[in-house]
Design a protein around this ligand. Structure first.
Ligand SMILES: Cc1ncc(COP(=O)(O)O)c(C=O)c1O
Length: 401
């Protein structure tokens, strides 16, 4: 049996050939392949446009800047996530408002959102954990019930009459909710194409947004380009056209563009993506069948309204604590099976403690973290490996009592 790896990239000859062709093409940085990937992502997500950048973090931070969110503003997110959902709020100088998860849920506590909204709240960042989209209709209803408090301060914020939803769908590329693709439900949605994600460009990410009356998609696209490429009014390709050397710097902005080498990988992945998702689903079904019991709960990747992108297999050992789960992780490592934990809630990390957050205020997120273990879930796993993981997991858990 081949060695089991927690989350290796699935790279085929198609991606390799695409990259080689790009390297030979003479054009490496943002150019025709990035533009093509953007078009294909927009088509896939049923949006008018997409912007590819070098990470989901860059997509989210740039979106906050595009919206004009900054000092004095508050942005809501959830405790049960990776730091990037919250660090971007700090990067733009706004104040993070971290909300607990719902009871027995990895999703933000919908009932707590209304109370977290103040006159300073500009944006909410729900997180589509494991690729399962949040209940966006419910979030919209909550935001609408609080729209009297919404105080927009930039022209783009004024196009909204309620707090703006910027989904962190780093895990959720290809997920759907009530027949809408991830990207069609929130106002803005960011995806991660990091090496461990379902769909990778090595590092990378994309942001898409919903059409909105008054929102000029071309202007939004242009602003993302400025924000991600030094505030320069011409990209590298435009500058190389004969005689077109001159450019202006509109503002001293940032640098987080996607290269055509990355986009070449993404174009290959997109061709194969439906097959990759189907294989993930098979593995999730095998885990669910092989592991779930009265005391072991396997994350549900599908319900009546939603189908996730099956990014992570989150398992809870009900009634157990972190110490027990860590022992399981060690015993499984002895059998050469790498496990992981998603996530240590933000208030347990030094950076967020320093900002004044206290895990005591997040009992639900803590309860989810306390007995969570993540199993390997990726398309390089074969059936024999999946069976080996299931058998050993059941054995280890029952041997530790
Ligand atoms: C929930 C979540 N949000 C954001 C990110 C950041 O993605 P990227 O590495 O592409 O910036 C990650 C990365 O793991 C993540 O898990």
């Amino acid at each position: 049996m081949n060695k089991i790896i927690f989350s290796p990239p699935d790279i085929s000859e198609i991606e390799i050939e695409n990259v080689v062709e790009t390297l030979k093409s003479g054009w490496l940085t943002t150019g025709p392949r990035t533009k093509l990937l953007e078009e294909k992502i927009a088509e896939y997500c049923h949006t008018s446009k997409a912007v590819c950048l070098n990470s989901a973090t860059a997509c989210m931070e740039t979106t906050l800047r595009l919206l004009g969110v900054g000092p004095g503003d508050e942005v809501i997110t959830t405790a049960y996530t990776y730091t990037a959902s919250c660090s971007v709020i700090v990067h733009v100088g706004a104040t993070p408002v971290i909300v607990d998860t719902g009871k027995d849920s990895y999703e933000i506590d919908y009932d707590a959102i209304a109370d977290a909204i103040t006159e300073k709240t500009k944006v909410i960042i729900p997180v589509d954990i494991a690729g399962m989209m949040c209940d966006y209709d419910r979030i919209i209803r909550i935001l609408e019930s609080k729209k009297a408090l919404y105080s927009p301060s930039t022209p783009i914020q004024k196009l909204f009459d309620r707090v703006i939803i910027m989904a962190d769908s780093a895990h959720g590329f290809g997920a759907s909710y009530k027949g809408k693709m991830s990207g069609e439900a929130a106002d803005f949605t960011s995806f991660s194409f990091h090496a461990v994600k379902n769909f990778t460009t090595g590092e990378g990410g994309a942001v898409v947004w919903r059409d909105r009356e008054g929102l000029d998609n071309d202007e939004v696209y242009r602003t993302y380009q400025l924000l991600s490429l030094h505030g320069q009014n011409k990209d590298a390709l435009a500058k190389t056209r004969l005689g077109a050397w001159e450019y202006d710097i509109i503002e001293p902005y940032y640098k987080c563009n996607m290269t055509d080498i990355m986009a070449a990988i993404g174009l290959g992945q997109l061709n194969r993506y439906e097959g990759l998702l189907a294989r993930r689903k098979e593995i999730v079904e095998a885990y669910t069948k092989g592991i779930s019991s009265d005391t072991v709960s396997v994350f549900r990747h599908e319900d009546d309204d939603r189908r996730s992108s099956m990014h992570l297999c989150l398992v809870r050992l009900l009634g157990k604590d972190r110490e027990f789960c860590n022992e399981v992780i060690v015993k499984m490592a002895e059998k050469e099976i790498p496990l992981n934990v998603h996530y240590k809630p933000l208030p347990l990390h030094t950076a967020y403690k320093k900002l004044g957050f206290d895990i005591k205020d997040y009992p639900n997120a803590y309860a989810m973290y306390e007995n969570e273990i993540t199993l390997p879930l990726h398309t390089k796993l074969d059936d024999e490996q999946v069976k080996y993981i299931i058998n050993n997991f059941n054995e280890v858990v029952s041997s530790l009592g």
